[in-house]
Design a protein around this ligand. Structure first.
Ligand code: NDP
Ligand SMILES: O=C(O)C1=N[C@H](C(=O)O)C[C@H](O)C1
Length: 250
């Protein structure tokens, strides 16, 4: 059976790459391309079964609610989500009129990044110190990256579960914020550099040793197998799924 796909943010860097990937994928048909200024409705979605959203953090939640109301399952790669906005989607999906609808929201669809997040959570309790450094193209509008936030949250949860102390840090003065942002007690640093696409390092330190986990998306094609998998699988899932991990047994 063919899965009909609409893309919101279709003119963007990711959206246009997703449109091409959908057109090239067996069993998927691209039926609608929506971008800024377009209304989301059953008519504009062109009979889609699934919508894929790669827009901007300020609009993605409103898009998801409108897409659920329009009767499609939704795969979201846009960043900017948090526990409160996840909760509002769960509440929407629990309403009778949304019965059967599913949403998957993933901060990163690249296999290397999904594995790196998992490896970081596994390693985090074994090291005294851990910090996250994300590096992206300078056109990115949000910092830190959604992937870095999710990585830090996973690290923090693993360390809390294992009863590990906070990373040692004697810093007393940091007027410029040089120690970066802090997500659940984990320091996160953001680099914006022409020539980069999407990269992340997790550095973990013990006396006399360091483990570095690095993931590099050199090209947006790296995200496409994960997006296509999510489009194929979303119809058989219920409610809200967060991350690609559950689809690949991670
Ligand atoms: N999960 C993952 O694996 C990945 C996630 N991302 C995330 O995806 C998002 C998009 O990134 P990227 O493609 O680089 O960004 P772009 O800015 O290139 O694309 C965003 C597109 O969305 C459009 N847009 C803005 N508002 C709306 C709206 N209300 N409805 C529909 N379209 C709208 C923009 O139009 P206009 O420019 O006219 O405003 C633009 O065409 C970001 O949050 C990024 O972090 C990126 C890569 C991988
Ligand atoms: O904006 C990007 O490019 C990316 N955004 C996502 C994020 O913020 O984590 C995923 C990937 O890092 C590329």
């Amino acid at each position: 059976m063919t899965i009909r796909v609409a893309v919101t943010g279709a003119a963007g860097r990711m959206g246009s790459t997703v449109c091409q990937a959908v057109q090239e994928a067996d069993g998927l048909e691209l039926v609608a391309r929506l971008d800024a200024g377009d209304t989301i409705s059953t008519e504009t979605l062109g009979g889609a079964d699934v919508a894929v959203d790669f827009t901007v953090p300020t609009v993605t939640e409103a898009n998801v609610h409108a897409l659920i109301d329009a009767g499609v399952d939704v795969v979201v790669g846009t960043t900017g989500w948090n526990e409160e906005s996840y909760g509002r989607v769960r509440e929407h999906l629990a309403r009778p009129e949304a019965a059967g609808r599913s949403v998957l929201i993933a901060p990163n669809f690249a296999l290397s990044a999904v594995l790196s997040m998992r490896f970081a959570a596994l390693a985090a309790p074994y090291f005294e110190s851990v910090e996250v450094i994300e590096l992206h193209h300078p056109n990115k509008v949000d910092a830190p990256s959604g992937t870095a936030v999710a990585t830090a949250q996973g690290i923090a949860a693993a360390r809390a579960a294992a009863g590990v102390a906070p990373s040692p840090d004697a810093t007393e003065s940091d007027p410029l914020g040089a120690r970066g942002g802090v997500v659940d007690g984990v320091h996160v640093h953001a680099v914006r550099l022409r020539g980069l696409t999407a990269h992340e390092e997790v550095v973990l330190g013990n006396p006399g040793e360091q483990l570095t986990l690095r993931t590099d998306s050199f090209d947006r094609s790296s995200f496409m197998p994960g997006v296509v998998l999510a489009v194929r699988e979303i119809g058989s899932r219920e409610g809200l799924t967060i991350g690609l991990g559950p689809l690949i047994n991670l």
